[in-house]
Design a protein around this ligand. Structure first.
Ligand code: ATP
Ligand code: MG
Length: 377
């Protein structure tokens, strides 16, 4: 999709702003706390949900509870680009309405399935450097983005796991019936766990290949990125989404092997909930050795890979929002992000005007106190 225009009224520190966007690159530059992320958030609201997850009332400008927030976004779908579509978000007194081409959307979040954007925010660096749960969540997010059944499978797995862990909490290490009692839970968990792992691995190779390609482009081909799915069940064995039966047998074996430990620890110690993803730059683990710029480059490569996957697996061409992505990157890497993300409309925010030095074509806005002034077009 291509966003043609946006108008924003009474949204956080933005009293009034109107934009006609470039179909390729849009840059917003300004000091800290001027409204750059607020603008990104205004766009995300039109997609069904703010990425900041605020209370509705927090979106109104401070001290203006009597005012109405109004955002209007006009866009084209790429596959029928002669027709302009409109999303209108209005909010008053802590309740909001979202209309798509004049029709009210009862479940705003459903819009996200139909319209997609890919977002980088600085918190995404934790996908690379944070704890394993961040990476699992990210892989689950990507898997669910392509196949909406994934979250349901994950939910079923987590529910069964919780029930089994509750039973473990109430069991004694001396319980002679423990093995028999846990066996049927293990069967359920192994089946659901394999489902989750297969759902992840199905798109993992695609994500990893695209991320590797983008990472090479970002750094000029000097470094390679590889990603590995680390399974607490499968260990060193490689597996594909077709290995369901073999995986189930190994899963059961691992659960039996760890039964004593489970009883002592009082939770399930192996399974899909303990899996992780490792990133390697030139074969060295990124978590231990990568620099700030390299970590950021991996996160950006993942986001671009995500956009490509959406494009290839669905009819949608997502827009890409990169909030505060350029800091810590050298000139070459910034230049790539500003000028070479082809095939997508991008929105980039930056504190540093120097980031736009090597700007090729597109539009730049200066952001100051919630006002946006276009400087190039
Ligand atoms: P940075 O470069 O530090 O990320 P930014 O330009 O992205 O800065 P924003 O996050 O967009 O900054 O926030 C701009 C200002 O808007 C901040 O000072 C913030 O406190 C303010 N702000 C947030 N919510 C509201 C609101 N509901 N009403 C008025 N101002 C708000
Ligand atoms: Mg910001």
């Amino acid at each position: 999709m291509i966003i043609r225009s946006l108008s924003v009224r009474n949204f956080r520190n933005i009293a009034s702003a109107d934009f006609i966007f470039d179909p390729k690159v849009n840059i917003f530059t300004g000091n800290n706390a001027q409204g750059k992320t607020n603008l990104c958030e205004a766009i995300s609201v039109c997609f069904g949900k703010s990425f900041r997850n605020p209370k509705v009332s927090e979106l109104l400008p401070f001290g203006t509870s009597d005012k109405e927030t109004a955002i209007e976004m006009c866009f084209f779908f790429d596959n029928m680009n002669e027709k302009e579509n409109v999303i209108q978000y209005t909010q008053k007194n802590s309740s909001f309405r979202l209309k798509f081409n004049g029709i009210e959307m009862k479940d705003a979040e459903k819009l996200y399935g139909a319209l997609r954007y890919v977002l980088f925010i600085p918190e995404d660096l934790y996908i690379v450097k944070g704890d394993p749960s961040k990476r699992r969540d990210y892989i689950d997010f990507v898997s669910n983005m392509i196949n909406r059944v994934h979250n349901y499978r994950l939910y079923e797995y987590n529910k069964a796991l919780k029930q089994k862990n509750n039973i473990l909490m109430n069991m004694s290490v001396y319980d002679t019936n423990a093995g028999i009692m846990l066996e049927s839970w293990n069967e359920t968990i192994a089946k659901l766990g394999v489902n989750v792992m297969c759902g992840r691995i199905k798109y993992f190779d695609m994500l990893s290949a695209a991320a590797n390609e983008y990472y090479g482009q970002i750094n000029g081909g000097n470094e390679t990125l590889t990603m590995q799915y680390e399974s607490s069940v499968m260990g060193e064995r490689s597996f594909t989404a077709d290995d369901f039966e073999i995986m189930y047998d190994i899963y059961m074996k691992r659960l039996r092997e760890t039964a004593d430990r489970e009883l002592r620890m009082k939770y399930t110690v192996v399974g899909a909930h303990r899996d992780d993803v490792s990133f390697f730059i030139n074969d060295m683990p990124a978590k231990d050795f990568a620099s700030q710029g390299q970590i950021r480059s991996i996160a950006v490569a993942l986001k671009l890979a995500e956009a490509r996957m959406i494009k290839e697996k669905s009819d949608d061409v997502p827009i890409i929002i990169l909030d505060d992505v350029l800091s810590e990157l050298d000139e070459y890497r910034r230049g790539f992000i500003i000028n070479h993300i082809d095939n997508f409309q991008v929105f980039i925010t930056s504190c540093n005007l120097a980031d736009t030095d090597k700007f090729g074509s597109g539009k730049i806005w200066n952001v100051h106190g919630g006002s946006f002034e276009v400087t190039e077009g």
